[in-house]
Ligand binder design. Structure first.
Ligand code: LLP
Length: 438
């Protein structure tokens, strides 16, 4: 296959020198200017995705539609500034994400605080900082929120996370909507009813509605309709049996992105419009007032806005076995293959007109055999030390899951907007690595 057929997002192109361009810029120029490894992010693409979600939700639900960015996908100050400018809400899962958002002047009342184990410290921090919503995951935390809210004389808004019991055929580690999930309250087992009754009895919270999230990297366009149906039926049951009218329903995140040219494309705008029709019809038929409907995407907002550039070091050919192409990053900056065997498209940034004739394993520089960015990719057989390789679709869950394993400094994040580049996160220095050491 030629590399031309592997340009999986429209921000990838080949210029007349045969170099890969990202967001309109020659990637060899980017590597020269910023060094490697570096995460690059196409800010125009991030904003475009925000607008797709916002316009779909507005067209589907008018003022009742709400787009929430799940910031675990990529969390640093500039991301929250962009989300503020784009008028998005944000999902946060830790005090660290809340703190980062607040320091970026993101309005705290537009934050939804998730996590399946919020400590008393987390809860107090969030209430004191006026975080908009708590997404309730378990009974202990709901009781703690009520108690801490009373002490602080506040009344935080809550929504309850319910597991609708859907198997989404996604890989196990990111499937979250099944009955036996670590997250939320199952409808089937009666757990959702128990927590709903408890929430209705508490005085120091404002109970707003329900949340569900069934999985990640989903392409099945039916999934959101199936979960909406289950959730809306549940909302009717709660209205009829407990006398509570939910005013919010959050359908979670999960839309899939293309990592490989064989991955399907999902039209997110159309899919949300279809879900919208379903939800409105359902409400009308069942005499249910339309509540506020939100989606909470992470990956699909940022994934294909990202590209990582590495420099090739050692090329080790073991005839009859395997060819290793080592690069100057690895599992510390992209743990997703090591953790989930996640696929990636890897391209020879300076040799896009050549043929990929050498099956190679692109590996990192960590002292660990599992430090593989991607096995079985085709590279030109003359690839050598100093060449640049690009790993595509790295905008989600790469920087945010990076570690300092082997004391590797985390790479910088460089944003590209309207053909201009700027550093959004500085690369760590050696001194940063020892900064907390006593
Ligand atoms: N809402 C909730 C409650 C979630 O747990 C998640 C993701 C999202 C929204 C956003 O889902 P997305 O639109 O990004 O699929 N580290 C894994 C992904 C874990 C997803 C965790 N929850 C990976 O690298 O694939």
């Amino acid at each position: 296959m030629s590399y031309k057929d592997m340009l999986i997002c429209k921000n990838l192109q080949i210029n007349d020198k045969g170099h890969l361009c990202f967001a309109g810029i020659d990637t060899l120029e980017l590597a020269k200017q910023y060094g490697t490894p570096t995460y690059f992010m196409d800010e125009d693409r991030i904003r475009e995705m925000c607008n797709i979600y916002k316009s779909a939700l507005e067209d589907a639900f008018k003022e009742k539609g709400r787009a929430i960015y799940a910031s675990k996908a990529a969390s640093f100050k500039q991301m929250y500034r962009i989300m503020k400018e784009e008028d998005m809400f944000c999902d946060v899962v830790s005090v660290g994400e809340i703190y980062t958002a607040i320091k970026a002047e993101f309005p705290p009342e537009k934050l939804y605080f998730h996590s399946n184990n919020k400590t008393d410290y987390d809860i107090e921090f969030a209430i004191k900082n006026n975080v908009g919503f708590f997404v309730i995951d378990n009974t202990e935390e709901l009781l703690a929120i009520d108690r801490i809210a009373e002490k602080l004389n506040k009344q935080p808004q809550i929504i309850i996370r319910v597991t609708p019991g859907i198997d989404t055929h996604t890989f196990e580690a990111v499937a979250t909507g099944k009955v036996d999930s670590k997250f939320g309250f199952a409808i089937e087992t009666g757990a959702a009813d128990e927590i709903t009754k408890l929430a209705l009895s508490l005085k120091n919270i404002k109970f707003m509605g329900f949340h569900c999230h069934v999985g990640s990297q989903l392409f099945d366009s039916d999934v959101y309709i199936r979960s909406a149906e289950i959730m809306l039926n549940y909302i009717i049951h709660v209205r009829d049996d407990f006398g509570f009218s939910a005013s919010m329903l959050d359908l979670g995140g999960g839309y899939g992105v293309r990592y490989l040219e064989t991955d399907p494309t999902i039209d997110i705008y159309e899919n949300i419009i279809t879900v919208g029709k379903y939800v409105k019809d359902f409400c009308e038929k069942n005499n249910l007032e339309l509540m506020q409907i939100s989606f909470e995407p992470g990956r699909s907002i940022v994934a294909d806005a990202g590209l990582t550039l590495y420099t090739v070091g050692n090329v080790k050919k073991i005839p009859g076995f395997i060819n290793y192409v080592s690069c100057d990053g690895g599992m510390a900056d992209n743990v997703r293959f090591a953790m989930y065997e996640a696929p990636y498209t890897v391209l020879p940034a300076g040799d896009m007109l050549k043929n990929g004739d050498m099956k190679s394993s692109i590996v990192g520089r960590c002292c660990e055999s599992g430090d593989v960015i991607q096995p079985d990719v085709l590279m030109p057989s003359d690839i050598k030390r100093g060449d640049i390789v690009a790993v595509c679709t790295t905008g989600a869950y790469n920087y945010s899951m990076a570690s300092n394993y082997n004391r590797l400094p985390k790479p910088q994040v460089v944003m590209i907007r309207n053909g201009k580049t700027y550093v959004a996160v500085k690369g760590e220095t050696l001194d940063d690595l020892i900064d907390c050491d006593i």
